[in-house]
Design a protein around this ligand. Structure first.
Ligand code: MG
Length: 387
């Protein structure tokens, strides 16, 4: 890589943020951290700031500003609070790449700010494209800003397309582990507790995305994310269950050839590739040992057990603000499920009802995306309270 890359990590205390800092730790000569932001975890944010010495940090929870400022300001690290600070600081001159690893819809506004300031986006926050896909991709094209995928499946598709050198693809095979309930019967899934849903078989991730994986809403989101990132339609995306999570996704071409990208499941690999693109750097991860993997298996997803998948296809086909409403309803329902207030199948039920109730806007602007999100979230939260 020529010259150091200066990066901002939004959501540095989450699972992706921590793994991104581990990538930086292995390549201190290549990456410089300029900005770290966290929602609530002030203690870890302070530790990270002391280790990586960014110019600024933001703690979104304003009540925690004092405890962060007290430690970091004497060290010449500027401390800010609140999401508005994140949106303005990502525009700073000295930042080249913004890794957006915020949870849920909150990722949209700072991602838009960073695009407007011409920053390269390393996108880990899929909800940004689910809720505002048309808006975000048009803005990125206008500002000539690349959106590099961090999600392992999209990084895989991106790598397969790079290898194909501009040849047209016919299908994307988006792989899914199937989550913790893949082999469970439907009536057992219906009674699943949050702790059972939080046990993901292959990946260690944050709570929200782990529940999204258990319902397979995550795969629905990824299908929509793939439509926007690779400028294609849902009819060209085939979701295939692959429990070993060794193939991170595949692309089929006109002659029937299929390219796959593989690796031992470790998010640091796609994170690093987004940060070092187009170069590949060394990484001290576990390398794939095919003999010990033994066999790779594939099966069809069961939409009867996982209705969120169909809801996502329905949402992207309807388009407009419907995927945004779906995302908002999911966010409210997952929050309620994590607090043991609703059952597992209440999640798709509430999403489906909210998608039916929202008034359709064909080409929503940013204000309409925000209001669709807020109104649907409130409506879904109310439905959760009534259960
Ligand atoms: Mg993924």
């Amino acid at each position: 890589m020529t010259g150091k890359r200066h990066i901002a990590i939004l959501g540095s205390t989450g699972s992706i943020g921590r793994q991104a800092l581990d990538v930086v730790r292995q390549h201190r000569d290549l990456f410089e951290v300029e900005l770290l932001t966290a929602n609530n975890n002030s203690q870890l944010l302070v530790e990270q700031a002391i280790e990586f010495n960014p110019g600024s940090v933001v703690i979104c929870n304003e009540e925690k500003y004092d405890e962060v400022a007290e430690v970091l300001q004497p060290k010449d690290i500027k401390v800010f609070a609140g999401m508005d600070s994140v949106c303005s600081l990502v525009k700073a001159e000295d930042i080249d790449i913004v890794l957006t690893a915020l949870v849920g819809f909150s990722g949209l506004r700072p991602t838009i700010s960073a695009i407007e300031a011409g920053k390269v986006i390393a996108l880990a926050n899929k909800e940004t494209l689910v809720a505002g896909g048309s808006l975000v991709t048009e803005l990125a094209a206008k500002h000539n800003v690349p959106i590099l995928p961090v999600d392992s499946e999209h990084s895989a598709i991106f790598q397969c397309l790079l290898a194909a050198g501009g040849n047209r693809f016919t299908r994307i095979h988006l792989t899914a582990s199937g989550g913790p309930f893949r082999t469970w019967e439907k009536d057992r899934i219906a009674k699943a507790t949050r702790n059972e849903a939080l046990k993901h078989p292959q990946w260690t991730m944050g709570a929200k995305i782990t529940i999204d994986s258990a319902t397979m809403m995550n795969k629905g989101f990824e299908m929509i994310e793939a439509c926007w990132l690779f400028n294609t339609g849902p009819e060209k995306i085939n979701i295939v269950i692959h429990p070993q999570s060794v193939i991170h996704s595949m692309v089929e071409f006109e002659d029937g050839a299929v390219l796959a990208q593989m690796g031992h499941p470790d998010m640091r690999e796609p994170i690093q590739f987004a940060l070092s693109f187009p170069e590949r750097l060394a990484l001290d991860n576990r390398k794939l040992d095919f003999a010990s993997v033994g066999s790779l298996t594939f099966e069809k997803p069961d939409s009867g057990k996982f209705p969120c998948l169909e809801l996502a296809f329905e949402a992207i086909k309807k388009g407009g603000n419907i995927p945004c409403a779906m995302n908002a309803a999911n966010e409210a329902a997952v929050a309620a499920y994590l607090e043991d207030r609703i059952g597992f199948y209440d999640i798709p039920d509430i999403i489906s009802r909210c998608m039916g109730e929202v008034s359709f806007i064909r080409k929503p602007d940013i204000g309409e995306i925000l209001s669709t999100n807020d109104e649907t979230y409130a409506r879904a939260a109310e439905m959760c309270r009534q259960r």
